[in-house]
Design a binder for this molecule. Structure first.
Ligand code: COA
Length: 265
C-alpha cells in the first residue's frame, strides 16, 4: 500500500557552514502553505543563532520548482475577508525574516519561481538560477493587491520600469531574461546548479563573517534609506571588524602565507 504523502513542510539541512532551507510541497510545485510561511522566520532565526552556519540557501525540493508561490488551494479558507490581512502579515514576516537575515542568503532557483516564491527569491541577497528557471509575479492575474512592502525589495534588484513590467503584465521571464534584467546573479545548466550554488556559498562561508555583515548592512541601508542612511550604525559594524579576533587572524594568516580561520568574532 502506498504510504501517505508527507505534508507540505520546510526542511533544513546544515553542512559545511551552509544551512539549506527546503520548501517541500512537490504535489503543488513547492507552493508555500500558511504553515510554511509561519515556520520560515523561526528557521531563519535558528540559522542566524547557529555559529556553524555562515550562509543560508533557500531552495525547493527536487528540481521542478523553487516555489510556485503561495498555496492557492488554501486561499478560500485563509486568504479571504479578515483572514486575508492576517495572511499578508504572516507572509510579510517571512519575507522580512529573509530580507533582514544577518547572514548571507542565496536563492537556488530550479524551474518555477512564481508569486510569493519569486518575492522570497528577491528578498535573498542573491539568486543562482538553472537554465530552466521561470520567474513571474502573477498577482494581477489573480486580482491580488500586491503589498507595497514587497515592492521595495524588488527595486533593489531590478529597475522601477522592470518592476512595473513584471507587476503590470504578470509575464513569465526565462532564465536568460532574468539574467539580463539583474534578477538572477548567474544562470547555469540545471545539472550544475547545486554545485554552482555550493561554490559561491563556500566562497562566502570561508570569509570573515563580520566583514560580510558590515557590507550587507551597508548595501541594504542604502537601498532602504537612500536619502538619509544611518552612517553611525553602519560605522559600528566596520569598527566591530577592526576590533575583532578575526582581523588579527586575517593579518597573521597573510604574513604566515596560510588560509585564515575565521570565527565571526
Ligand atoms: N498553489 C497551489 N497549487 C499549485 C500552485 C499554487 N501556487 N501552483 C501549482 N499548483 C498545483 C497545480 O494546481 C497542480 O495540481 P494538480 O496536479 O492537483 O492539478 C500542480 O501544482 C502542478 O501544477 P500545473 O499547473 O499542472 O503545472 P504546470 O507546469 O502546467 O504549470 C505553473 C506550472 C507554475 C505555471 C502553474 O501551476 C501556475 O500558474 N501556478 C500558480 C502560480 C501562481 O499564480 N502563484 C502565485 C500565487 S499568489
Amino acid at each position: 500500500m502506498p504510504s501517505d504523502p508527507t505534508p507540505p513542510m520546510l526542511r533544513t539541512l546544515t553542512e559545511g557552514g551552509i544551512c539549506t532551507i527546503i520548501a517541500d510541497n512537490p504535489a503543488r510545485l513547492n507552493a508555500y502553505t500558511r504553515d510554511m510561511w509561519e515556520a520560515l522566520p523561526r528557521l531563519i532565526r535558528e540559522a542566524e543563532a547557529n555559529p556553524a552556519v555562515r550562509v543560508i540557501v533557500l531552495r525547493g525540493a527536487g528540481t521542478k520548482a523553487f516555489s510556485a508561490g503561495a498555496d492557492i488551494s488554501e486561499f478560500e479558507g485563509n486568504r479571504t475577508g479578515a483572514e486575508a490581512r492576517r495572511y499578508d502579515e504572516i507572509n510579510h514576516e517571512a519575507f522580512e525574516a529573509v530580507g533582514r537575515a544577518i547572514k548571507p542568503t542565496i536563492a537556488m532557483v530550479h524551474g518555477y519561481c512564481f508569486g510569493g516564491g519569486c518575492e522570497l527569491a528577491i528578498c535573498c541577497d542573491m539568486r543562482w538560477a538553472s537554465d530552466d528557471a521561470v520567474f513571474s509575479i502573477p498577482a494581477a492575474k489573480l486580482s491580488i493587491g500586491y503589498n507595497p512592502r514587497w515592492i521595495r525589495p524588488m527595486l533593489s534588484v531590478v529597475t522601477a520600469a522592470k518592476a512595473k513590467e513584471m507587476l503590470f503584465t504578470g509575464r513569465r521571464y526565462s532564465a536568460a531574461d532574468s539574467l539580463a534584467m539583474g534578477l538572477a546573479n548567474a544562470v547555469v545548466p540545471a545539472a550544475e546548479l547545486e554545485a554552482a550554488t555550493r561554490k559561491v556559498a563556500e566562497e562566502m562561508a570561508i570569509n570573515a563573517p563580520l566583514s560580510i555583515r558590515a557590507a550587507k548592512e551597508a548595501v541594504d541601508e542604502f537601498a532602504m534609506n537612500p536619502e538619509n542612511p544611518d552612517f553611525a550604525r553602519l560605522d559600528r559594524f566596520v569598527e566591530a571588524c577592526f576590533e575583532s579576533e578575526d582581523y588579527a587572524e586575517g593579518r597573521r594568516a597573510f604574513m604566515e602565507k596560510r588560509k585564515p580561520m575565521f570565527r565571526g568574532r
